[in-house]
Ligand binder design. Structure first.
Ligand code: SF4
Ligand code: MG
Length: 324
């Protein structure tokens, strides 16, 4: 399978009142054609910043180093003009709250139409046809009517379908979906995930799916990276992740999944919180929360190790692995 996105040693820094802080700190991963890669971790671990770095949509106080190769070209070296053709056309994004990315003053149909016209050379009439076809493709009943409606007239789930229609309308090679179903209730969430899976199967597009929800990962992903405090701490395929998680952070996340069969009343959440970027521990960044921490963990930061079928950043596996 060809690799369509290759991120190497990505570092994204922000100038803040506390000085320059690295929110993404040496991240490596790749996405193959047709693959869904899950990016998992609590909020504040750098997942969204990673995606904004790929799209070059950081706020003005942010900057990225390293390389982000998309289809062979380093997006960090493209001009803003070249980047505009990548955005939407080749890489599209879906966010958690569609209301913030949809324009409340325009009908949803017009917005999809504009997206189509911005990225492809078609007439207005053809763009409208495409917009209606996309609304149908994302399972909208009464697509012609919905075309003329405003975002506030639609439910949250319908708005997310509109966002997906807009993202898919230019046949992107990669869709970055950042918590696409987090704001939706469980039934609608399942429908949206089904829709994304079906569209992916039809079009062969790759998906980078950012989520804190391991249930979503189990349903959707082929491979997973787990991020903690701006770094990748584990990488493996989805079956291995659930059968044999290695990193204590991943294991902690697993234990926080609701287990309906065993009727556990409350979940074991990982005590403590993700360290702030300007207060990173010197050793393992997870050490203050880790039940397995050893003396070395606080002194020296572990490297990402290549284990069998896994990459894992943890001193527990120092004997088994080599530097990845
Ligand atoms: Fe825990 Fe040490 Fe592994 Fe960090 S390196 S996750 S503190 S055992
Ligand atoms: Mg986020």
């Amino acid at each position: 399978m060809t690799t369509i996105l290759e991120v190497e040693q990505l570092r994204t820094r922000f100038r803040t009142d506390n000085g320059v802080v690295s929110v993404v700190d040496g991240v490596d991963f790749s996405i193959r054609a047709g693959e869904t890669l899950g990016v998992v971790g609590e909020s504040g671990c750098g997942k969204s910043v990673t995606s904004l770095s790929i799209m070059r949509l950081l706020p003005p106080n942010g900057s990225s180093g390293g390389s982000i190769r998309f289809n062979g070209k380093n997006v960090l070296e493209l001009s803003e003009k070249e980047m505009q053709t990548v955005r939407g056309n080749e890489i599209a994004m879906i966010f958690q709250e569609p209301m913030t990315s949809l324009n409340p003053l325009h009908t949803v149909g017009k917005q999809i139409e504009e997206a189509v016209m911005l990225h492809t050379k078609v007439s207005r009439a053809q763009a409208k046809e495409r917009a209606i076809a996309m609304l149908k493709a994302v399972g909208m009943p009464r697509a012609e009517e919905i075309y003329g409606e405003f975002p506030h007239q639609l439910s949250g789930g319908m708005r997310q379908r509109v966002m997906i229609a807009m993202a898919m309308s230019c046949d992107p090679k990669l869709i970055i979906a950042d918590e696409p179903t987090t704001a939706l209730d469980v039934t609608i969430q399942a429908q949206i995930l089904d829709l994304m899976r079906n569209l992916k199967e039809k079009t062969g597009t790759s998906i980078m799916l950012i989520t804190h929800d391991l249930g979503v990962v189990a349903e959707m992903c082929d491979r997973v990276i787990v991020m903690y405090a701006g770094q990748v701490v584990e990488e493996t395929d989805v079956e291995t992740l659930f059968e044999d998680p290695k990193h204590p952070y991943t294991i902690g996340l697993m234990n926080s999944i609701p287990d309906l069969e065993n009727e556990r009343e409350y979940l074991e959440t990982i005590p403590g919180s993700v360290p702030l970027a300007h207060q990173m521990p010197t050793g393992c960044r997870f050490a203050p929360r880790c039940t397995k921490a050893m003396p070395i963990c606080e002194e020296k930061a572990p490297d990402l190790l290549q284990l069998e079928g896994h990459k894992c950043r943890c001193w527990l596996y120092a004997e088994e692995g080599e530097q990845a």
